[in-house]
Write a protein of this length. Sequence first.
Length: 255
Amino acid sequence: MSTSVEPTAKKISIFGQPFNIFESPYETEFDKEVVNYCNTLHLEELKCGKVVFIGDVGVGKTSIIQRFIQSIYLTEYKPTIGVDFEVAKFEILGIPFNLQIWDTAGQEKFKCLAPSYYRSAHVIVIVFDVTKMTTLANCVNWYKSAMKEYNNDRLPYIIVLGNKIDAIGPLAFDKLETYATQMSTHLVSEFWPVSSKTGANITRLFQRIASLSFQAYILNEIQNVKKMPIATITLQKKKNQKKKKHQSCKSNSCN
């Protein structure tokens, strides 16, 4: 089965930017090593990333995901049972990239399931409801729960995400942004305000998530390649060169 880039894939050639570039602790451009490495890959080398959405019940995790995936707003509330996930297809630096988007339940009885889904996630999004400040305070507990599953050598990117900004006015938003930014700084994370109802900032958010996930995936792959024996790396390069040559011939109708 071919894994070449699909026409519907979302193309990213410029690194997704944070909501506030001055407050983010994370990178804003592709690492040169990542760019150089991607230039050696062929288009059928599908890469996969993983993002996990966590947070209190009713904050809108599912609505945010469905707004991006299906461009719809869920008017009827149905709590997630256990865990669910969607896949968003991207083309990043010319490489096909599938982003697994995991949607976890916020109910207390399902919290024991969440840790198993944190593992291997490149990005964790902690969602809160901007109209309920207790859900922002609870982000600390969600953060601590997630961090228990990681070693210090490979931590995920953390995004503190405020949903339902359509429900508050400008003054309330300014106050909220101050508190949320302080929270995200404390957690060494990035703050984003969105509205699953209007779609505000949703596309930008997922472009950012996809860029961070892709970068983390490729950098990890580069490290694994560096650990490989030289003979194995040489053989893999030859295979990639043959595949690139074959693809070039096909595109030019060579025989």
